[in-house]
Design a protein. Structure first.
Length: 328
């Protein structure tokens, strides 16, 4: 039985993933958008991603009317992958794909309106789009919509609904949804406080190397909430979160290093560096702590500015060695 790739992309006998690149190229030239998308996918997933090649195949598929490819092409323009970065062009492609019913495009378009990326910021329109994507089953949209209900962004504050949306995302395997369920259980947002469940969910988030989950475990071990009080474990998780760039953890670690609490040895140079890292990210208490003179001005910025930069970016191996002093 012969298959016409130009018209039978949805035919179950047509399996582009098992075909060779040569076969796919032939079908793509004859108009198969499925072949074009598969060639783009292979270009992006190769050991050395061929972004320009992927963008070319996606442009061909989008030109042939494929809405999924148009959404992917919009992402190429948003990130500058294989094409000159153009946020307005990304929004244009997202809009066409969203109008064609691509749910991921609806969500991405909503985020663009929320942040003012490539378009005039319109938070109300953003929430409408994100809500539409959530109703259609887009998991990330459910998490974002939950945040809108928690904070009252263009909707009335509704913590119970926020928690329900986070739970829905968590149940579908979304790690950010899982973390938000843990956070709500920890603090009683939209549900009763359940520190044991919060602790268990924080631990489950560790497989995704989430700094916020490590900070949550620090809070649990530090206060004995959901787990037995353990200063050593608390400092270890705080240190790991701080090394990942989380300003809340950087500030807490700075105070430990400055005052020598929680069994941490005093290291004021390292303390001031972590406080500075938190402050430049806008952490209000770190800014206040540095600004009120609690820290000696001579210690605020290390002598080697390059060292501070490496600390911020997580590439300072000397700080890694210092973990012996921090948590050993």
């Amino acid at each position: 039985m012969s298959i016409d790739p130009a018209t039978d992309d949805d035919n179950p006998l047509y399996d582009e993933q098992t075909m060779s690149d040569t076969e796919l190229c032939g079908d793509a030239v004859r108009g198969s958008v499925a072949a074009m998308r598969e060639l783009a996918r292979r270009a992006l997933s190769s050991a050395m991603p061929l972004y320009a090649t992927a963008a070319q195949w996606l442009a061909m598929a989008a030109g042939a009317g494929d809405a999924v490819a148009r959404h992917m092409l919009g992402t190429c323009y948003r990130l500058g992958m294989g094409v000159r970065r153009s946020l307005p062009m990304a929004v244009q492609h997202y809009t066409v794909a969203a109008d064609a019913g691509v749910v991921d495009a609806v969500y991405d378009l909503g985020i663009c309106h929320l942040l003012g990326t490539g378009v005039v910021q319109d938070v109300h329109k953003a929430v409408v789009l994100i809500s539409r994507a959530s109703i259609a089953g887009q998991i990330d949209a459910s998490v974002m919509l939950g945040t809108c209900y928690e904070l009252g962004i263009c909707v009335a504050v509704d913590h119970a609904r926020a928690f329900a949306l986070f739970c829905s995302a968590h149940e579908q395997g979304n790690v950010i949804g899982r973390f938000n369920v843990a956070r709500c259980c920890h603090t009683g947002i939209g549900t009763q406080v359940d520190v044991r469940r919060a602790f268990d969910l924080y631990e489950q988030c560790l497989v995704s190397d989430m700094p916020h989950a490590r900070y949550g475990l620090y809070l649990c071990y530090n206060t004995g909430a959901g787990a037995a009080h353990d200063s050593h474990a608390a400092v270890r998780y705080c240190y790991e979160a701080a090394r990942s760039g989380l300003p809340e953890a950087q500030y807490e670690l700075a105070r430990m290093l400055w005052n020598g609490t929680h069994g941490v040895r005093v290291d004021r140079r390292l303390a001031s560096a972590y406080a500075h890292c938190a402050a430049v990210q806008g952490h209000a208490r770190a800014v206040e702590w540095l600004g009120h003179g609690d820290v000696d001005a001579r210690d605020v910025v290390p002598a080697d500015d390059a060292w501070l930069f490496r600390l911020r970016s997580g590439t300072e191996h000397v700080v890694g060695d210092a973990s012996v002093r921090v948590i050993g």
